[in-house]
Design a protein around this ligand. Sequence first.
Ligand code: KG4
Ligand code: ZN
Length: 375
Amino acid sequence: MGTNCLVLGIESSCDETGVALVEVQGAGVPVLLDHALHSQIEMHQAYGGVVPELASRDHIRRVLPLARDVLLRAQRSLDAVDVIAYTRGPGLAGALLVGAGFACALGAALGKPVLGVHHLEGHLLSPFLSADPPEFAFIALLVSGGHTQLMRVDGVGQYQMLGETIDDAAGEAFDKSAKLMGLGYPGGPALARMAQQGNPRAYALPRPLLHSADLDFSFAGLKTAVLVQAQKLVFQHTGVHSTAGALASGGTDAFACLPASVRCDLAASTQAAIVDVLVHKSLAALRQSGLKRLVVAGGVGANRALRSQLDGACGQRGIRVHYPELELCTDNGAMIAMAAAMRLQAGVQQAHTHYAFDVKPRWPLDQLARATASV
Ligand code: KG4
Ligand code: ZN
């Protein structure tokens, strides 16, 4: 790879189509020139969750216009692109195939090499897109809709899994609790907004695995506890016995009949339970590793309560916390272009011209770490 290299990145693993241009300039942190994003959230909202087939079709519609926009705004021609990166996994197979197919077709047409990126590595390295990028080594707390992991990161491609969720992810705990509160999909941000008006100590909800010796998480029980608490509250305030099934599917307006203060208190108590566990386990990972730097990435990293508790606890202990820019916490193309640029720059992966692509809907990040030099 030459000292300067222009990377076009494509993200299409779930319900966001993202395209970005990142430039490697010598040995410095690669620079984001521009990025564009189309979120499908509105389209999926009617169904209460992501419909994979609709997601794939929408990626097909969006990816080319987004790529045109990015090139236009960055004032770069397609010919100037050196490498085309795409999310190879994990994610929805059909959605991944759109990005991979687009990237490889473009690569083949232009005679330019392509590179498949691990979506979670994109999240992990997304704080390098911020004005104040971290330095290696650090502990990473990766909290997205599908993953909750603590990792030790010693460099690009050097990831050691320290702990992860044994069932639901933190984002899932937010989303499933929000659904029974009638907050739609994805409910995390809406639940967080409601929580701002509530008392986080109003209801005692479990903090699963808080004091376990390992660094694993478990959130499935919390969701059930929130459901039981919601049933109790609905009965207390309305005398109505709502079934667990109806509440869990968001298919009842019983919860909406509760006074706003009660609903906000339950939202705040739910958020507090999730945040407490994330903060406690992150501090344990930092303590055990002796590292003084924490990177938080993934959609739940946008949560303000999580940020302020981590900032407070880490500040007292002389630990620096790095976050991606708020708009780059959730899925985007910039993190995919950035991860590719950093892998190329560090020499841990080469772009290639075997355009017969495959995608990896299931792809543990520590497998990537082991097979780091392969295609
Ligand atoms: O990283 P991401 O965009 O997608 C995945 O790769 O999964 O994360 C999406 C998740 C969803 O569960 C969403 O509810 C959650 O991040 N999320 C939040 C907030 N913003 C996004 N959860 C809590 N508070 C937020 N402010
Ligand atoms: Zn993601």
